[in-house]
Ligand binder design. Structure first.
Ligand code: SF4
Ligand code: SF4
Length: 205
């Protein structure tokens, strides 16, 4: 019989008295390394609901749904973990740089795929004249705050800042198909309706 070499004997003895390299997962948790890319999660207070993450997602794992009812609405962004490839593009290209993070959670096992999601919901700003979606309130406020005093060059942004300061009075809802006129300047209007209003003022009906 071939006798073990001294080095092999030493290794066998040290392995006998040292801790194993493997862990008893799932009976004890596996701690992922620092740079691990796990389930994406929205950070409610940092996300502005702009939807840029959905546009850069290569796996189409982020669903954007908008529910509009009259003059109000919500935009919901849903990350489907069963479609996600954990590439981190959403985090990298997030507009605010902090709206979505890849956590170190790796366990995606579930009996129901609809549970494998993470969501965020934001209020929409709707054009008071034609009813189209202008953007989310937080998105417009975020841009206005970034621009500082220059934001007052844009009436929509100025209105958001005034509303935040409680300086904006209540306006009666516009009746459908009502013509637009100069009193509508203090309403939230989409760029198309705002242009119509300015042209109306310059050239008349
Ligand atoms: S702020 Fe970031 S996380 Fe939120 S919708 Fe925009 S890109 Fe996505
Ligand atoms: S990690 Fe990649 S695949 Fe997953 S939601 Fe973000 S961009 Fe999409």
């Amino acid at each position: 019989m071939r006798k073990p070499k001294l080095r092999e004997l030493k290794e066998a003895l040290s392995s006998l008295f040292s801790k194993p390299y493997t862990i008893k997962y799932p009976y004890e948790p596996s701690i992922p390394p620092k740079a691990f890319r796990g389930k994406p999660r929205y950070v409610e207070e940092e996300c502005i609901g702009c939807g840029a993450c959905a546009q850069v997602c290569p796996a189409n794992a982020i669903e954007v749904t908008e529910l509009v009812s009259g003059s109000s609405g919500k935009r919901k962004l849903t990350v489907h973990h069963d479609h996600c490839i954990f590439c981190g593009q959403c985090q990298r290209y997030c507009t605010t740089e902090k709206g979505i993070i890849l956590t170190n959670e790796y366990d995606t096992a579930t009996y129901d795929r609809t549970d494998a999601t993470t969501e965020v919901e934001k209020d929409l700003l709707i054009c008071e004249h034609c009813g189209v979606v202008i953007g989310t309130v937080e998105q417009i406020r975020w841009v206005a705050q970034k621009l500082g005093p220059k934001a007052y060059a844009n009436l929509g942004m100025a209105l958001i800042l005034h509303r935040d300061l409680d300086l904006l009075g209540k306006t009666a809802p516009l009746s459908p198909n009502a013509p637009i006129d100069r009193t509508d300047h203090i309403r939230f209007l989409c760029p198309k309706c705002r242009r119509e209003l300015i042209l109306y003022e310059q050239w008349g009906p």
